[in-house]
Design a protein around this ligand. Structure first.
Ligand code: PRP
Ligand code: URA
Length: 209
């Protein structure tokens, strides 16, 4: 069974509250998402394996630690997932980035697939699928299926706000995928938007409302 990690550090909660506020500007929203993505990256990468490395400090020889060659792929779900890439990428600069395009059908709320471009060697990488919103869970489930189709076996999902319905669907469909979220909100409304949520993440990042 996948584990749900709620990354609720005070700094993250503080920044998320500003993002939720409807009066927060597009610029501030985007910058806060970037900052939170880097902070969440600490938890998402916590179990990355280390190996010993011999180095010389200016004073003496020592055995240090370094990440043991684990290769990473960051996979944003377009559009809103793009807003989480740079923060995580600044923490893991050698990660490759793949893209999955999905949008929700406004009536059925089910995802419609339109684009997929993943690193060729994603089967040898740890994939972090990123999308700020986990609502019904349809988009994340389909995106993770695409990553699995290309042979990747170590996948985690990083989001910002999750609804109980989306968590349940993801854990049922992909029980091997851990979920990292900054908050679990109350419920979905009749349009499958998260309550209290933060509105339409893509529109708030790109000012398209
Ligand atoms: C939003 C969000 C997720 C999806 C979540 O994207 O960024 O991808 O909805 O909803 P779900 O869990 O019910 O699938 P949207 O479809 O609005 O596309 P956009 O990012 O291009 O605006
Ligand atoms: N997509 C969003 O951007 N926000 C929601 O609340 C649900 C889906």
């Amino acid at each position: 069974m996948s584990t749900l990690h709620i990354v609720d550090h005070p700094m993250i909660q503080h920044k998320l509250t500003i993002m939720r506020n409807k009066d927060t500007s597009t610029k501030d929203f985007r910058e806060l998402l970037d900052e939170i993505s880097m902070l969440m990256g600490y938890e998402v990468t916590r179990d990355f394996p280390l190996e010993d490395v011999e180095i010389d400090t200016p004073l003496e020889h020592m055995t240090g630690k370094q990440i043991s060659g684990k290769k990473v792929a960051i996979v944003p779900i377009l559009r809103a997932g793009l807003g989480m890439v740079d923060g995580l990428h600044s923490l893991v600069p050698v990660a490759k980035v793949g893209f999955i395009g999905l949008y929700r059908n406004e009536e059925t709320h089910e995802p419609v697939f339109y684009y997929c471009k993943l690193p060729k060697d994603i089967d040898q990488r740890w994939a972090v699928v990123v999308d700020p919103m986990l609502a019904t869970g349809g988009s994340a489930c389909d995106a993770i299926s695409k990553v699995k189709e290309q042979g990747c076996t170590n996948i985690r999902l990083m989001c910002l706000v999750a609804a109980p319905e989306g968590i349940a669907r993801l854990q049922k469909t992909h029980p091997d995928v851990d979920i990292f979220t900054a908050a679990v909100d109350r419920q979905l409304n009749d349009n499958a938007y998260i309550l209290p949520g933060l509105g339409d993440a893509g529109d708030r990042i790109y000012g398209t409302k």
